[in-house]
Design a protein around this ligand. Structure first.
Ligand code: PHE
Length: 491
């Protein structure tokens, strides 16, 4: 079967920005900035982008482009046994995808509710009771929530349609999903900053507390945010790189992707904090009382703020949740495509459609557990362990493999032959030393803290079985996949 590529390098750049810009920019970045010294965090984030984001992104895209294959074969190119690490990366990604799609489903429910501001005045009740039917704790799994399951199926249909023809359908989709958020953010910024009290919110987001730069927690947060935000260590950028022509430019593209992703983060922060400032002033409370990050920001606090707007509430609601969906959906399908590409490498005769369909079906089934009444708790625990341990460990391996176990400067030469902007010693230092050392530190730091203060108010058994066990199973699953696939080799 003939291999297809991105129509041109710009479409690839858009697709990569689409993957990078997601909920991490919308609800994670602004909150982290607020927690860690405002503008000081923004500076640390820029530094982290330069020191680890750009080098690792260059590595992943270059590796994919050079080997013309997804994570599994790309690592296998370095050494055959490393294919197995590629499958571990993809298994982790698939886990993230299963619950990320459930969040998309919540977004779909809210987009629908926006039409009539269906959350009413009790936005908390709407989210936890009407949408989630949340149970009393993680020990009560309870029934499936129908609104969430319906949203999940709709979300998967979209994602399937986006990837069913591989790079061809993705190219058509990202032209919209990766550009419209910029336009919507611009509109929402204009609205937010012209509201009374917006300035008070913006101060919390942007005024730097330089003293915070001395706190290691700020650096840990900035570095791990770069990782998560640029969709690194999921095999995504390797897969997207593998769909580039071997002759395409690399390093300038990396700068565009990093810059675009940064812009979405800053713009989101302005929208979020401007709006929170207004909301606080309407309610006559300090902004500190209304600040939130994560799901409660988007699904509890923001709907409240929308209720309080002087005019065009429904339009703003549709724009906000429309943007939420656009940001999330191309991050989600990039995760699916990463897995599809690696299976396609193995089964080159099987159609893209079939692989995408089977994986989507598997995704719905593995997402079911997050649609139950206890689903939010389960999602929260899985997310915590995957992001803080799984991702970090994989990123460390990736840099170690390429930095130390690869005999030649093959990748570096490959990248430089195609790019005006060259990489060299600084890049090597980052890959060999800075990234592994930093990620090692992060892993130890997180583990020590986990023992000191276990995550959330969850019972220990829940953290062990829902959080730790799945992570431990990832290498096992990867091993099984690799064994099965090498047995049924059809090539
Ligand atoms: N980069 C995405 C974000 O910032 C997160 C993500 C990572 C999503 C990997 C999918 C895959 O939201």
């Amino acid at each position: 079967m003939e291999k297809h590529f991105w129509p041109n390098n710009w479409v690839f750049i858009l697709a990569a920005i689409g993957s990078a810009a997601g909920l991490g920019n919308l609800w994670r970045f602004p909150y982290l900035a607020y927690e860690h010294g405002g503008g000081a965090f923004v500076l640390a984030f820029i530094i982290a982008n330069l020191v680890i984001g750009i080098p690792l992104l260059t590595l992943e895209i270059g590796l994919g482009q050079m080997t013309q294959s997804g994570a599994s074969n790309a690592f296998g190119y370095i050494k055959k046994q490393f294919r197995y690490i590629g499958w571990a990366v993809l298994t982790l990604g698939f886990m993230v995808l299963s619950y990320y799609m459930v969040v998309v489903s919540w977004g779909i429910n809210y987009f629908g509710a926006s039409l009539h501001l269906g959350w009413g005045n009790n936005t908390e009740g709407f989210f936890f009771n009407n949408v989630l039917s949340l149970s009393s704790g993680v020990d009560v799994v309870g029934n499936i929530s129908w609104p969430v399951l319906s949203g999940l199926i709709i979300a998967w249909v979209f994602v399937y349609l986006a990837v069913h023809k591989g790079v061809q359908s993705i190219s058509k989709t990202v032209v919209w999903t990766a550009t419209l958020p910029f336009a919507i953010l611009a509109i929402l910024i204009l609205r937010a900053v012209t509201l009374d009290g917006a300035v008070d919110g913006l101060k919390l987001f942007l005024i730097p507390d330089w003293g915070a730069l001395a706190d290691p927690k700020l650096w840990l947060a900035a570095f791990s945010q770069v990782f998560f935000s640029l969709s690194l260590a999921f095999g995504i950028m390797i897969a997207y790189g593998s769909l580039k022509k071997r002759t395409d430019e690399i390093t300038k593209g990396v700068l565009w992707i990093t810059g675009g992703n940064f812009l979405v983060s800053i713009m989101s922060g302005i929208v979020i904090f401007g709006t929170l400032g207004y909301m606080a002033s309407q309610q006559g409370v300090s902004v500190l009382n209304v600040i939130a990050g994560g799901p409660s920001l988007a699904f509890v606090v923001f709907p409240q703020a929308i209720n309080l707007l002087p005019a065009f509430n429904i339009t703003i609601a549709l724009l906000f949740f429309g943007m939420f969906l656009l940001l999330a959906i191309d991050s989600a399908f990039s995760l699916l495509e990463a897995v599809v590409v690696s299976f396609k490498d193995k089964y080159s005769q099987t159609s893209n459609k079939k692989i995408a369909f089977l994986l989507s079906l598997a995704g719905i089934i593995s997402g079911l557990v997050f649609t139950t009444a206890g689903g939010l708790y389960i999602l929260d625990i899985v997310d915590h362990f995957v992001v803080n341990y799984g991702l970090v460990a994989i990123g460390m391996f990736e840099a170690l493999l390429v930095g130390w176990l690869w005999k030649e400067k093959e990748l570096e030469n490959f990248i430089n032959e195609r790019s005006k902007l060259k990489i060299g010693k600084k890049w090597r230092i980052s890959i060999r030393y800075i990234i592994p050392l930093f990620l090692g530190w992060l892993l130890i730091w997180n583990t020590v803290n986990e023992f000191r203060v276990p995550y959330g108010d969850y019972p220990t058994w829940a953290l062990l079985y829902i959080g730790v066990l799945p992570l431990l199973l990832i290498p096992v699953v990867a091993f099984i996949i690799e064994k099965l696939l090498s047995k049924n080799k059809r090539e």
